[in-house]
Write a protein that binds this ligand. Structure first.
Ligand SMILES: NC(=O)c1ccc[n+]([C@@H]2O[C@H](COP(=O)([O-])OP(=O)(O)OC[C@H]3O[C@@H](n4cnc5c(N)ncnc54)[C@H](O)[C@@H]3O)[C@@H](O)[C@H]2O)c1
Length: 358
C-alpha cells in the first residue's frame, strides 16, 4: 500500500468498466470521475462505478477539470491521440487502451506531448501480461531455445458487427481500422519475449469477400512481415472478419536450438516445446493465462488476470515516478509497425522503414 491514494478518471465505458472495477477495488486508488460521449453509455458507466452525477461527463474537456491524477483512455483508437495530448496538457498521467493511435503522425503527437508534460504514459497491452508470456521470456533469456531468428503471431477474431452495424449497415469506427493496424496483441508478446523492436515492414491483403461494406476494417485477412533490429523475421496474420470459432491468438518462436508455440486453436489449450538434444520430439506444455496466486477478483478486468497485473504495474509506476516498461516509446514500437505494414499492403507490398519515435 502506498502513501498516496491515486485519483483515477475513466473515459470510454466498454473497456473503462473492466478497468474501473479493478481500480475501484484497489486500496491505492479511487475512481473519482467518468466520461462517455453517449448519454446512455454514461448512465451505465455511472451505475457500474456508483458515482455522483457531478462526477459524470459527456464532455471530455470538462471531465479533465476534475481533481484527479490519472486518466484511463478506453475510447475508440482515433480519439486516443487528442485525448492523450489534452490529458498531458492538463498535467495528468495516462493509461491508454490499444493501439496507441490511428496514424503515425498521431503517434508522434503523443510522444511529443508526454515528453513536454513529463507525466507517465503507459500502454495497456494486456496480452503481454499473460503469465505464459512472462514464462517464455524467462526461458528465452536463459537460452533454452537458442537465438530466436523467426516468430509467428496470429490474431483471427471475427467481430463483423463491430465493423458494420448489422441493423443499419452503417460503418462503425473499426471500418477505418485495417486488420494490420491492430497489431499490438500479437507483436506485443513476441517483442516482450525477445526484447527487440521492428525496423522494417511489408504487408499484403486487400480482399473484401466476407464484409464488403466494412471498409479497410473489413479486409478479409492481412499478412505482415517484419524485420527486427536483432535481424529476426516476424510473420503476423490478422483478420477481424474471417469466420472462425473459437477466435484465436497464436504465438510461435523459432530459435537456433528449438521452438515454442501455443495451440492453433488459441492459448487455452496446451502449447508445444521442442529443444534439440533435450527431447526427441516436441512436448506439450501448459500455457497459464491466470496467475493462480492472485485473488479471484483479479479476473474482473477480463483476459485472465492480465488487466489486474497491468493495473498493479501502473499504480506502482505512479508510486515510484519511474517510466513503465510499456511507456510511450514502447507503445509506438507496438503500434507503428502495423500502420506501416498496412500502408505497404496498399502500395503493393513494398518494404518500408518503421520510424523510431526517439
Ligand atoms: N485490450 C483489449 O483486449 C481490448 C479489447 C477491446 C477493445 N480494446 C480497445 O478499447 C478501446 C475501445 O474499444 P470499444 O470496442 O470499447 O469501443 P466502442 O466503440 O464500444 O466505444 C467505447 C465507448 O467510448 C465512447 N466514446 C467514443 N468516442 C468518444 C469520445 N470522443 N469521448 C468520450 N467517449 C467516447 C462510446 O460512446 C463508447 O461508449 C479501443 O482502443 C479498442 O482497441 C481493447
Amino acid at each position: 500500500m502506498s502513501n498516496k491514494r491515486w485519483k483515477i478518471g475513466l473515459v470510454g465505458v466498454g473497456r473503462g468498466s473492466g478497468y474501473g472495477k479493478l481500480f475501484a477495488e484497489h486500496p491505492d486508488c479511487q475512481v473519482v470521475a467518468c466520461c462517455d460521449a453517449s448519454e446512455q453509455a454514461l448512465a451505465q458507466f455511472q451505475k457500474e462505478l456508483g458515482l455522483a452525477d457531478s462526477a459524470c461527463f459527456t464532455q471530455y474537456e470538462t471531465f479533465l477539470g476534475m481533481p484527479m491524477d490519472a486518466v484511463f483512455i478506453g475510447t475508440p483508437i482515433p480519439a486516443h491521440a487528442d485525448q492523450t495530448v489534452k490529458a498531458m496538457e492538463a498535467g495528468l498521467h495516462v493509461l491508454s487502451e490499444v493501439t496507441a493511435a490511428a496514424t503515425v503522425e498521431d503517434c508522434r503527437r503523443i510522444v511529443a506531448a508526454v515528453r513536454k508534460a513529463k507525466k507517465i504514459y503507459m500502454f495497456a497491452e494486456n496480452c503481454v501480461y499473460w503469465p505464459f508470456v512472462q514464462e517464455w521470456k524467462t526461458m528465452v533469456a536463459a537460452g533454452r531455445i537458442g537465438e530466436v531468428f523467426y516468430a509467428e503471431c496470429e490474431y483471427l477474431h471475427p467481430i463483423r458487427s463491430m465493423i458494420v452495424d448489422p441493423a443499419t449497415n452503417a460503418p462503425r469506427w473499426r471500418a477505418h481500422r485495417a486488420p494490420l493496424h491492430y497489431c499490438s496483441h500479437s507483436l506485443g508478446p513476441i517483442l516482450e519475449i525477445t526484447g527487440d523492436r521492428i525496423v522494417r515492414a511489408m504487408g499484403a491483403g486487400q480482399g473484401h469477400r466476407v464484409l464488403p461494406a466494412g471498409g479497410i476494417g473489413g479486409i478479409d485477412i492481412q499478412l505482415g512481415l517484419f524485420e527486427t533490429r536483432k535481424g529476426a523475421l516476424i510473420k503476423l496474420l490478422r483478420s477481424s472478419v474471417a469466420p472462425r470459432h473459437p477466435s484465436m491468438h497464436y504465438y510461435m518462436l523459432q530459435g537456433t536450438k528449438g521452438f515454442v508455440e501455443t495451440d492453433r486453436l488459441g492459448p487455452r489449450g496446451p502449447g508445444h516445446l521442442y529443444v534439440e538434444g533435450e527431447m526427441e520430439t516436441a512436448q506439450t506444455i501448459p500455457l497459464p493465462m491466470i496467475d493462480a496466486s492472485l485473488p479471484a477478483s483479479a479476473r474482473a478486468g477480463g483476459h485472465g488476470t492480465a488487466e489486474y497485473a497491468l493495473v498493479r504495474d501502473f499504480l506502482h509506476t505512479l508510486d515510484t515516478g519511474r517510466k513503465p516498461d510499456l511507456d510511450e516509446i514502447r507503445a509506438m514500437d507496438l503500434t507503428v509497425p502495423g500502420l506501416v505494414a498496412h500502408e505497404s499492403a496498399m502500395r503493393g507490398g513494398i518494404w518500408l522503414d518503421v520510424p523510431e519515435m526517439t
